[in-house]
Design a protein around this ligand. Structure first.
Ligand SMILES: Cc1cc2nc3c(=O)[nH]c(=O)nc-3n(C[C@H](O)[C@H](O)[C@H](O)COP(=O)(O)O)c2cc1C
Length: 471
């Protein structure tokens, strides 16, 4: 049988594969598998850029960050190239981006390209006669609504944790009283290093917001693990969420409302090392949590095991099993809004083994007995402390609308967001979604769009509902 070694591909192909895999949130090996599978159905095309950056139809509000001033500090990591797309994403939503680059960052990308994309001067030096005539570093630290460090190197994180101020970027961070968001990016072994983790703990304790890093393939060396910078669109969502939660910035239509969102799969143990799970990535649920926060809601996200970052501006509780998820949700009630996006396992193994089940030579495999899990949506929909608005998700592979209508009735939900998760649609784990909103008044068929846009539109629909009716 033929085999492909990714290491042996030429550099250009590897780069295309890396970008494609990063865009789709897959490892390079998984991406190859998808390409091979897809090639039996349709011709393969390698996009020259990640699809999201190549002009694919994407719905967003060009005014969602209107007038917001982002001070972007770029530090010297290999992910610096991604901040070029980030600048574009922020600016197309109405934000202005003022870039500051460390000396390290300039080894990876040039101030010329950063300045051209930001359409602003790039600030580089602390001891600049020209900029410091009016104490420029203090001005830069204050003349913004948010300071964003992306990518944030291990070195810069250490400086922040210690409060060092020995270059322009670190001095600005120390002199700023604005919300601070960092997007770490580094090799997985660096990320796991005790010193780095100590520094991260310090940053969190100091009130710094953190997005990522993500699991996946590293841009260098074909290594995989946790350390990849969060994707630009996720950083944009985090910026939006943080600005919405900052008094005096965006006063959202959901200000004062409390929301629970569940997201991701659940893992149901069979024994200490094996579990039953599903392919949910948490991308849609996490995006909805961020979108509700961006409109001013106070959001708690109850997340099953996922490999994506906690959204900024949202309180995230991590659980494993359906029963843990239900406990967490019930403890949060009452709230105004519940959006149940998690793909909760319908069944768990009856009596998970306390020790690893051993394979016995010559013996038949052990039978797997299943027990039904609690139905979280139904429990919330009929709860004595039922939220005013309960939204469920229906992931179906057939009879989408009929099944969603049935679910609406049985579960006591107000709306069901129905999506077709047949493998050919690539919804589970993918970045795009085509949803129908099923309610007692009918069915809305939304066009296919990326999950961030679905989230933004759903959050707006929720806000409209609260504006027009006392639900
Ligand atoms: C090719 C190359 C790639 C690097 N990538 C990273 C990285 O992704 N993350 C990181 O924390 N450091 C990385 N480093 C190390 C930093 O560049 C180094 O710690 C530098 O001092 C950071 O400076 P700064 O934090 O002031 O920008 C890399 C170094 C090299 C030579």
């Amino acid at each position: 049988m033929a085999s492909i070694t990714i290491r042996n591909l030429d550099e250009a192909t590897k780069q295309l594969l890396r970008e494609r895999a990063a865009h789709n949130g897959r490892s390079m090996e998984e991406e190859v598998r998808h390409l091979l599978r897809d090639s039996t159905q349709a011709p393969v095309s390698f996009p020259a850029e990640p699809a999201a950056a190549s002009g694919s139809p994407e719905i967003f509000d060009p005014l969602e960050l209107d007038g917001k001033r982002i001070l972007l500090i770029i530090t010297g990591g290999i992910a610096a190239y991604k901040c070029l797309d980030l600048i574009r994403r922020l600016r197309e939503r109405g934000a202005s981006v003022r870039p500051v680059m460390t000396e390290g960052a300039r080894a990876f990308i040039t101030p010329l390209v950063v300045g051209a994309l930001a359409n602003d001067k790039v600030f580089l030096e602390l001891f600049s006669r020209e900029d410091e005539q009016d104490v420029g570093h203090i001005r830069l630290a204050r003349e913004c609504d948010l300071v964003l460090v992306a990518p944030a190197t291990a070195d810069f994180i250490a400086k922040m944790a210690l409060g060092l101020a020995n270059d322009l970027a670190s001095t600005i961070v120390l002199a700023s009283n604005r919300p601070l968001l960092v997007a770490p990016a580094m090799n997985p072994i660096m990320w796991a290093a005790p010193a780095l983790q100590r520094n991260m703990q310090q940053l969190r304790a100091d009130g710094v917001h953190v997005i990522g890093p993500m699991r996946g393939e590293m841009a260098e060396s074909g290594e995989a693990g946790t350390g990849r910078m969060a994707e630009p669109l996720d950083i944009v969502a985090a910026v939006r969420g943080l600005l919405a939660g900052t008094p005096g910035t965006i006063k959202g239509p959901l200000a004062g409302k409390r929301a629970i969102v569940t997201s991701g799969p659940t893992h149901e143990p069979i024994d200490p090392v094996r579990y039953i799970a599903n392919r949910s990535s948490g991308k849609q649920g996490h995006a909805i949590a961020a979108a509700l926060a961006a409109l001013g809601a106070q959001v708690t996200l109850v997340s099953g095991p996922v490999t994506i970052a906690d959204p900024a501006g949202v309180t995230t509780l991590h659980v494993e099993t359906a029963r843990e998820m239900l406990d967490a949700v019930e403890q949060l009630l009452p709230t105004d809004i519940a959006v149940m996006v998690a793909a909760v396992a319908d069944w768990r193994a009856s009596g998970a083994a306390g020790e690893k089940i051993k394979k016995k030579p010559g013996k038949a495999p052990p039978p797997l007995q299943l027990t039904e899990n609690p139905d979280i949506l139904k429990t919330v929909g009929h709860h004595a402390k039922r939220p005013a608005l309960v939204v469920g998700f229906a992931a179906e592979t057939q009879n989408l609308i009929d099944n969603a209508r049935g679910k609406l009735q049985r579960k006591g939900a107000d709306w069901i967001v129905a999506n077709d998760v047949s493998p050919a649609k690539g919804v589970m784990g993918g970045d795009r979604n085509h949803v129908r909103i099923v309610s007692r008044s009918g069915v809305e068929d939304w066009p296919e769009m990326d999950k961030t846009s679905v989230a933004a539109r759903l959050a707006q629909k929720i806000a409209d509902r609260f504006e027009t009716t006392e639900v």
